[in-house]
Every structure is written in C-alpha cells, then in structure tokens.
Design a protein around this ligand. Structure first.
Ligand SMILES: Nc1nc2c(c(=O)[nH]1)N[C@H]1C(S)=C(S)[C@@H](COP(=O)(O)OP(=O)(O)OC[C@H]3O[C@@H](n4cnc5c(=O)[nH]c(N)nc54)[C@H](O)[C@@H]3O)O[C@H]1N2
Ligand SMILES: Nc1nc2c(c(=O)[nH]1)N[C@H]1C(S)=C(S)[C@@H](COP(=O)(O)OP(=O)(O)OC[C@H]3O[C@@H](n4cnc5c(=O)[nH]c(N)nc54)[C@H](O)[C@@H]3O)O[C@H]1N2
Ligand code: SF4
Ligand SMILES: [Mo]
Length: 703
C-alpha cells in the first residue's frame, strides 16, 4: 500500500481553506485543515472533509461522455468516446456559428473566481464570441462593481485579526465562511466590538454587542445616516479624506438629508442604534464584513456604494484592522487580469455586441468588471431572437436550471437552443437538457494557483490523482474542443494558447519568482506587502483617488453619489409576507451534494423558516410542507418554526433538487425556490441584478 500526504488548498467554496490531503493507493482517504496556511489558519468544514471525496468517488459521478439518443430531456443516453463527443460539440457549435455568426454561441460558468471562469471566457473569445455568463448578478457583483468604481480594491482583505470593531452586514459567516467565523470569534474574545446588520437573528447577530434589524433592502439608509452622524460629529478621518478621497463635500451634502430619524423611518432601525453604530464604527480601526444579504438585489450597487464610502471616509482602507487592499507579488497574474489583458481581448466592436453591453455597461461593456453578459437578457435572446439569435451554449460548473431565478423560463430557453453541451459531474437538471454531456474533474483532481488577498498569499491546489474514468478539466476540454473546431470555423488560438493546466498556471505565476514546485511542496507561498502604500499602489479611478463622487458613474448618466432607493417589494393584503432566499447551509454548497446519503439523512428537505406567530396564523405546524407563492410562481418547502425571523418575513435557502427524483426536472419545479422567483427585473441599474430577496409572498399548507 502506498500512502502519501501533501499540503493543498480546498477550493470547493470561496473560503479556499488550506488543506492536508492523504492519498492511499490512488484514492483520497483523508482531507483535513492545514493549520500553517496563512489565510485559513486551520479553519475547515465538512464539505471539504467529507462531501468532496464522496462527490469524487460517489456512484452518481459521471465518468464518460454521453450523447443524447432520445428527445431532449428524455433521459436516454449513449456512452461515447471523447473524440466522438468533441466532434459532435464542434459540429453543433460550428453549424450555429455558420448560420448565425460567432456571437450566437455563449458559454456559462460560475465566474472568474475559479480558473474555469477565464477558460470559458477565453474559449468563447477564441471562437469570436463576446458572450459568457457568470453568476455574479446573483452573487457578489454589486459589491465588486462598487468596489471597482469607488477605487477601493478591498475584496477579500478583511483584517479581522487586528480590528477594534467589525461591522458585519448581510453576512452569515457561521454558515458561509469558517475562516471569517473563526476570526470573528477570536476578535470578540479579545474584546473587539461587533455590529451586525441583519433582519434575521443570525448566529453573528446573537453574538453582537449591537444588532441592527432593518427591513430587507433598506441598508443603504443606515449607511448614509451613519455617515451623516460621523461627518456632523467630525469623526471621519480628515487627513485621509483630504489626501485620498474625491468628492467629500458633495457626499457630505448628500448625506446631510439622511438623519438617523429619517433612516429609522426608512429602515425600521431605531435612530439611537444608528447613532451608536456610527460612533463605534468611527472609533477604528474597523473592518467592514459584507455578504450576499445586501448584494444581488435591484439596489445592491448603491447600497454597497454607501458602505464603501463609509469605509473610505473613516480611513479604514489598507490599515491594520481595516479592509486591506488586494496585494500581490509583482509579476503575478490573476484570473481577472486575463480577462482584461489586451492580449486576450476581442476587438471593441465585437465586445460591443455582448448581450447587455448597451444597457449595463459597468457589467457587460468593454472594460466592465468581468465583462460578462446580462444573463436574463441572454435567456430573452434565446427565446425571442432579440437583439440577435443566440442558438448554442456550453455550460460548465454551474447548474443554472436550479440556481437562476425563474426555473420554467431557464428550462424553456435551454430546450429552445439548437445545440447544448454541458460539462458536469453528474446528470443534474441542467445537464439533463443537453445534447452532449462531458464528464468533469472534481477539485481533488485539478491543479489551481490563486492569489488569496486574505492571506495574503498565493495558494496551490494539488491534484490528488489523475482524473477518474475519462473525466477532464475545463482547460483540457476547451483546448481539445478548439482542435476540433479549427478545421470547421475560424479559431484564434492565441486567445487560449495553453495546452494544459501546468502551462496555464506557469503563465499566471509569470515572473513573480514563485515557482510551482515550491508551491506544491508547501501548498502556499507568502509574499511581502506594505500597508497604506497609496503613493506607490494608487487608486484605479480617473481622479487617482477614492471616488466618493464618481466620474465614471457621472459619465454613464448614473448617480455619482450613493443614495437610497426604496425596495421594490412591499407587503399587501394579497402578499402579506416578504421572502428571503439563499440562507446558506453549512454542509451544502448551492445545488451540490444533494445525493449524499449522510446529508440526505441530516437535511432531507428544504426548510422555510417561519415565525411561530405567523405559522399559527396560517395554521401551519413545524415539519409540514407549505406552498410559497409569489406573483411569479411557487415552490414547496418544509416549515421550520423559528424565532430568528421576524413575523412578517419567511426565509429559505436555495439549490434544492432531487437527484433520485424523476428527470428531467429532478424536482426543479417543486422544491427549488427559484421556481417561485422572477428574472424579469426590475434590475440594478449598474449590475443588472434582480431581487432575490424581500419578495412579497404568501404561504399556505401544501395540499
Ligand atoms: N456552506 C456554504 N457556504 C457557502 C455557500 C454555500 O452554498 N454553502 N455559498 C458561497 C457563496 S457563492 C456565497 S455568495 C456566500 C453567501 O453567504 P453570505 O454572504 O453570508 O450570504 P447569505 O447567507 O445569503 O446571507 C447572509 C445574511 O444576510 C441576511 N440578509 C438577508 N436580507 C438582508 C438585507 O436586506 N439586509 C441585510 N443587512 N441582511 C440581509 C440574511 O438573513 C443572512 O443572515 O456563501 C458562500 N459560502
Ligand atoms: N434564489 C436564489 N438564487 C441564487 C442564490 C440565492 O441566494 N437565492 N445564490 C446565488 C449565488 S450566490 C450563487 S454563487 C449561485 C450558485 O450557482 P451554481 O454555481 O450553479 O451552483 P453550484 O451548485 O455550486 O454549481 C453547480 C455545478 O457546478 C459543478 N461544480 C461543482 N464544483 C465544481 C468544480 O470544482 N469544478 C467545476 N468545473 N465544476 C464544479 C457541479 O457540476 C455542480 O452541479 O446561485 C445563485 N442563485
Ligand atoms: S469552507 Fe469548506 S468547502 Fe469551503 S474551502 Fe473551506 S473546507 Fe473547502
Ligand atoms: Mo455566490
């Protein structure tokens, strides 16, 4: 028996914890935390320990390419060889490109947080298409675009370890991020303050010394009023503002109208608590820890602008205990860099064709954050042919039938395509609609190199063994696909030149001086950095300062200052409750792992948190199935009585389907909350995000 252990990084979720992996006879027998890792310092979770190996070795794992032999969605497949699969996909794509042009092809992936993101974008570009879809209109996009427009670059740089006060807004680190959760607990222990803004009594709220409980979608009013108090009491960092911020006077004028009393009327949070939060936050260094609870809704961008301006005027930028700007070793490239590198861009006139570029330039235009499509507009293009036909897709590492709002419409759009290829680990409700399914590697079989602003360090994920069966990584699939497309249609190979992940990773490391062998030995590489080096590492805005008043927004005709927009959803007699979605569960990752026996036992059904008084009014009992109905649709969830939610709010997770249920839906129209949601807008004017929270609904016992 041969056994070896090595340091790696779990990249099953965004926490990217340092791991120690033991492999015996070609199989992973143990995964655990690596205490030496600079970012995670020993934090870890059951998904990394248990779910990931089961996902790799489970009986539902797809290990060979499949071709549809019956009608689409009928679940009739034939196993085929890779060559045949690639030829079929190449012919499907080439046919569509010949008939409708390259832009009629789109790729969908979760985002540029993993290497499969840029690989997908560059594959599409190599074929001449500017169209690729990412999740971030539903996830973190409002935060990222605001961060970029403001010039902060603080994503992932929360220095909780040295803070005097943590401001946690719309974030549930208990379930979503063990690294943050441990750091927050340690900070509390040594006496740091904790302010939590959350309509739910989350585990963080329970431990806070100040918990603000806003009505969903009203957080911007709180941030604006905190700034009003701080500026009126001259608690802001005047030196920092004078040297490094642009537009302070205009901001001061804007926030003057947002007194704590007005914010109380808008958000439901007592004015006195807002004043207290403002004073505590200003007594820094303070760190802003934000989450999905204030992102992914139709005023998410401006909400983040308000909090980001608060961070800036208090000087909590790039100082110990504040929000550190992303640091990197010189010469290193990130995945996001690849998307913006002129060497890998399409001509501007082709980028202008990207679906969404005209309406949401900060999201889909040239030079936008990730430069991805506006997803709901892509689904429209498939179904209506406007602004032009979109006829074929490659989908990888994303289960959009479950995770995009409006399940019926997503399914209808996929079913209407001329050709659909899906790369996946199993037959999920998205893969079920494909013409060809390609078997993918799991993160135990992949090599990744990534910058971790939190460490800060460069982390390495080491493949534990070669892919099982005939599974291939995204880069291998993309590269082989280009080989098959080259004889059929014009291909610009220079836009995706790497033949394997090693070459790709070596390119990312560039001349940073970090070498792959050293990374493979330790699992990470630290690098030197300096805090507060504003003179040397400037702010990427047109004024070269942090823009409280944004030139870019003004140019685009958007409000250059942060402001409050009233939420769209309001309760009424017909829709007496507000629905929150997306509550994270510790052991699930979105729609993954739903077929694992230990999880089926532990969490067999999707949960709807209902306040006991609300349940009593509806004659609903704990453990009963309820129908949740909105103006857009409905789904079925199991009632869990909970005093964490207010009486006028019900709250659920996301990602539910039934792997052992009947295909091709596998429960997608039944237990999946996105069957009850709309993707038709209103949209955030900057990011195109829809409301995935605060949606008027009603509940009733399921028949
Ligand atoms: N175990 C596990 N971990 C995960 C994931 C997973 O699926 N499983 N997914 C990962 C991903 S991709 C993401 S995006 C993150 C998401 O994780 P988080 O960023 O923590 O986001 P959520 O859990 O959606 O919501 C966080 C909190 O926001 C609150 N909230 C809801 N509406 C509002 C509001 O209007 N205002 C305020 N202030 N708060 C509100 C909710 O009550 C909740 O407590 O988790 C990541 N981590
Ligand atoms: N209503 C509502 N909808 C939401 C949300 C919400 O809060 N409410 N949250 C949104 C958010 S924040 C997000 S991030 C999205 C998530 O949406 P998705 O990204 O679609 O969710 P997952 O289930 O994580 O991923 C789906 C597929 O990715 C593949 N996969 C898993 N791991 C890997 C890997 O390591 N490599 C590759 N190549 N593929 C892999 C698997 O085949 C899996 O089936 O959902 C969004 N949708
Ligand atoms: S939180 Fe869990 S799943 Fe996410 S990276 Fe860490 S160990 Fe992996
Ligand atoms: Mo997300």
């Amino acid at each position: 028996m041969s056994t070896r252990s090595f340091a790696s990084t779990c990249w099953e979720c965004g926490s990217t914890c340092g791991s120690l992996v033991t492999v015996s006879d070609g199989r992973v027998i143990r995964v655990g935390p690596n205490k030496a890792h600079p970012h995670s310092a020993g934090a870890f979770c059951a998904k990394g320990i248990r779910a990931l190996p089961q996902w790799t070795y489970g009986e539902r794992r797809l290990l060979h390419p499949l071709k549809r032999i019956g009608p689409r969605g009928a679940g009739q497949w034939r196993r085929i060889a890779w060559d045949e699969a690639l030829a079929l996909v190449a012919e499907g794509f080439a046919g569509v490109i010949r008939r409708h042009g390259a832009a009629s092809l789109a790729g969908a992936v979760s985002g540029a947080f993993f290497s499969r993101g840029p690989v997908m974008a560059l594959l599409m570009r190599a074929l001449g298409s500017p169209n690729w879809l990412i999740n971030q209109d539903l996830c973190g996009g409002c935060r990222a675009v605001s961060d970029r427009v403001t010039g902060l670059a603080i994503g992932g740089g929360e220095d909780i370890a040295h803070t005097n006060c943590a401001l946690v807004v719309g974030r549930n680190p208990y379930a979503a991020d063990p690294v943050q959760w441990r750091a927050l607990q340690a900070a509390r222990k040594r006496g740091a303050g904790l302010i939590v803004i959350d309509p739910n009594r989350s585990p963080a709220a329970e431990r806070a010394d100040l918990w603000l409980r806003p009505r969903p979608g009203t957080d911007a009013a709180i941030a604006l009023a905190m700034m009003q108090v701080i500026i009126a009491e001259q608690r802001h960092d005047q030196d920092f503002v004078q040297r490094w911020c642009h537009g302070f006077d205009a901001l001061a004028e804007r926030v003057a109208a947002y007194t704590p009393q007005r914010a109380e009327a808008l958000s439901g949070v007592p004015a006195a608590d807002i004043v207290q939060a403002a004073r505590r936050y200003a007594d820094g260094p303070s760190v802003f820890v934000s989450g999905h609870g204030i992102d992914a809704f139709s005023a998410g961008f401006q909400t983040f602008r308000a909090f980001h301006c608060l961070v800036a005027i208090c000087g909590n930028v790039d100082r110990a205990g504040g929000n550190r700007r992303a640091k990197r070793p010189p010469g290193l490239r990130t995945w996001l860099d690849l998307l913006h590198d002129p060497a890998f861009r399409l001509p501007l006139e082709v980028e202008a064709l990207r679906i969404g570029a005209q309406r949401f330039p900060l999201w889909s235009g040239a030079g936008a954050w990730q430069g991805a499509c506006h997803n709901p507009s892509v689904l429209d293009a498939i179904l209506t042919g406007e602004p032009y036909p979109l006829r074929a897709m490659l989908i990888s590492g994303v289960n959009i039938v479950i995770t995009y709002p409006d399940t019926r419409r997503t399914r209808a759009a996929l079913a209407a395509l001329d050709f659909l290829a899906v790369a996946a680990h199993d037959i999920n409700p998205t893969a079920a609609l494909a013409d060809v399914v390609l078997p993918k590697t799991t993160t135990l079989e992949e090599e990744e190199v990534q910058l971790q602003p939190g460490g800060p360090c460069v982390s390495y994920t080491q493949p534990a063994h070669p892919p099982l069966g005939e599974a291939r990584s995204d880069l291998d699939i993309a590269s082989a696909l280009l080989d098959h497309l080259e004889p059929r249609v014009p291909v610009n190979r220079a836009l995706l030149p790497w033949r394997d992940q090693r070459a790709f990773n070596a390119f990312l490391l560039g001349d940073s001086g970090i070498d792959l062998d050293a990374l493979a030995r330790d699992g990470f590489a630290r690098f030197d950095y300096v805090l507060g080096n504003f003179g040397e590492q400037g702010f990427a805005t047109s004024s070269g300062k942090l823009e409280l008043w944004s030139h870019r927004l003004a140019e685009l005709g958007l409000d250059p200052l942060p402001d409050f927009t009233a939420p769209n959803g309001a309760t009424s007699a017909a829709w007496p409750l507000l629905l929150l979605t997306g509550e994270r569960e510790k052991n699930f990752h979105h729609s993954r792992f739903r077929d694992q026996p230990w999880l089926e036992q532990q969490t067999p059904d999707p949960r709807l948190r209902v306040h006991p008084d609300t349940a009593a009014r509806h004659a609903l009992h704990d453990g009963e199935w309820a129908i949740v109905q909105t103006a857009a649709g409905q789904c079925r969830l199991k009632v869990a009585l909970s005093e964490r939610v207010p009486a006028d709010i019900v709250s659920t997770g996301m990602g539910w389907w039934r792997p052992r249920g009947e295909g091709p839906e596998f429960g997608a129209l039944d237990v999946n909350v996105n069957a009850a949601l709309s993707y038709a807008g209103p949209y955030d004017p900057a990011t195109g995000s829809p409301d995935s929270r605060g949606i008027p609904c009603r509940i009733a016992a399921a028949p």
